[in-house]
Write a protein that binds this ligand. Sequence first.
Ligand code: DGJ
Length: 728
Amino acid sequence: MSIRFNSETRVFSLTTANTLYQMQIGQAGVLLHLFYGPQATGEMDYLVRLQDRGFSGNIYELASQRGYSLDTLPQEYSGSGVGDYRAPAVQVRAENGSRSVDLRYAGHEITPGRERPQGLPYVRPAEDTETLTITLTDPVLGLRVQLKYHVFPAQDVIVRSARLINDSNRPLRLEKAATVCLDFLYGDLDVIHFHGRHNMERLPERQRVSHGGLQVGSRRGMSSHHHNPFVILCAPHATERQGECYGSMLVYSGNHLEEVEKDQGGTIRLVSGIHPEEFSWLLAPGEDFQTPEAILSFSAQGLNGLSRNYHRILREQVIDKKYPQGPRPVLINSWEAAYFDFDAEKILGFARAARQMGMEMLVLDDGWFGKRNNDTTSLGDWVVNEQKLGCSMGALSEGVHALGMKFGLWFEPEMISEDSDLYRAHPDWALQDPGRKPNVSRNQLVLDMTREDVGEYIFQAMCAVLDSAQIEYVKWDFNRSIANSYSHALPADRQGELAHRFILGTYRLLSRLLERYPDLMIEGCSGGGGRFDAGMLFYCPQIWCSDDTDAIERLEIQRGTSYGYPVSAMGAHVSACPNHQSGRSVPLSTRGIVAQSGTFGYELNPEKLTEEEREEVRRQIQDYHRYAELIAQGDYFRLTELDGNPDWEAWMFVSPDRKEALVNLVIRHIRTNGTFPFVRLQGLDPDREYQLEGTDFSATGAALMAGGFAFPMPRWDYEGKQLHWIAK
Ligand code: DGJ
């Protein structure tokens, strides 16, 4: 039983293997948050101490209890406009213009398993998952809120969401409907969030939670390169190896907002969910609104411990189990090899050369449809350009399969070019404001995914191509931020629903395609990592991590990504040098080591490789297969602290049985007469002796973790080392 309710004290206790989450139904039915943290026995309602604070008003019926104020109590899901001046979880505008929301406990239910939310990605139930549903109501509004808590005991995870129901006979307008509201009564916390930009995504930034707080989020219509929907709150002394850490990750790919603030009494509040600025949802009588869900986790084992919790839950319950966590096909992608300049002969040439080195799948990227020879045209016209290819897609895919390879194809389903037959026929299918020239980005506009007819057209157009050839993989791109969020199909009073309806339309299309092609693997992409989130991972087992393929820059990008997401989800390729984004040249061996800590593939012209390089690629692919399960299923540890090391980066994997470990090191910056790169390994069995493969050196796991290990003195910039340790 992971969920208990004590009817005397009215305390809810949610327990996982190592954590406890407690709430209490307080006076006047206010749902109080008591505690989230390490496993503990007993109830912690004593933590809530009442304090009469000036200018913090009181609940009408408890007006004489001056300390019992919504403004100072730790709340589980805060309303708005009724005396709590911190960030609200929910904001509603009633038909009469009233904007107050006062939520009180009305009932609860504990049930085995969990239901699937309609139209949204979610955390799939484990065998022992239990659900607590707490109902809060505001009788004046006629609003009912069902708070859902799905407990995943083995993974140390609690999944939260809220369902808002209009029980009144008048419309209600939701102006904010967050997923998470989490109050911490005492202590200082740091917040770590993941910001970035195109070609440099998910860089961790850490700061003390302060009065006034911090907000990060996206209004771009996608989770975005700029702020990931994942934040960590941790003890100020927490490091990669130790300290208490909390995570909150939305299972969502659209606009989002994370608010973290410290209030007058030192209480820290985190609110996270759909960004309220591009959101205004008309809830008709009897209708309900389901928020996306969030994955909460806690670890006392430092940031690495928290990351491992997220890696586990995403690998086991979010990513579809039909995709192996072990080796996925080593692919060769045509983008950086040819860009828009190819025909079938050229592509088959790549495939032949790639196959000889052991690559297993050819992916034809952008440029195969309409009259697309550059990025100004044809998005939406998903018709194979046989004239350019010199053959049909079926014939090309046959040619690739005849070499013993799989075949994959690029799409950008949610976009439309002004220069396209689709736009000429249906200009109103593009998002744009009446009477206003739209914002253009990469020469393209965005399709109105809220519309069923648009979804149907794209579905049929994609199916026609997918049916015409044997296609095992789709790269699903999304190359601009959304602007001019106006749908010609939505009434004026529902335009504020567009952003959320858009992403629901995308999810619907993904679901339909996967239903129709159950063996298809879709790799998510949005100009690299602009939609790298748990929502997309529900449909796509891997996501192209960044358009920046420079191995040295990838160290930062992949490390930042690893705080929340497993390496088995990170699309990573070996590309040509000088690198097309940075101009940097990095040894092929180092490019291999970095891409191996991802889904592994190549994105270069394989025919241009020298005989020596081809031999090295063959070895890399053999190594990838040798280590693929250890990397994808093993425990991952960052050996470099969050603020980075200017000189080098190190990380390691330990197999689940702790019989082997793979330690990686890449030198960023060589120092003359420098120091030995020194790391203390993690996750080993302290009692076992580990042999360093290829040498006669061995040491106990305890020694390697406590005393550490010094690599030989580096010899040049960008040198990479990979050490394989095997338990004797
Ligand atoms: C952006 C992607 O991230 C690239 O890998 C490539 O697919 C281009 N789009 C194609 O237009």
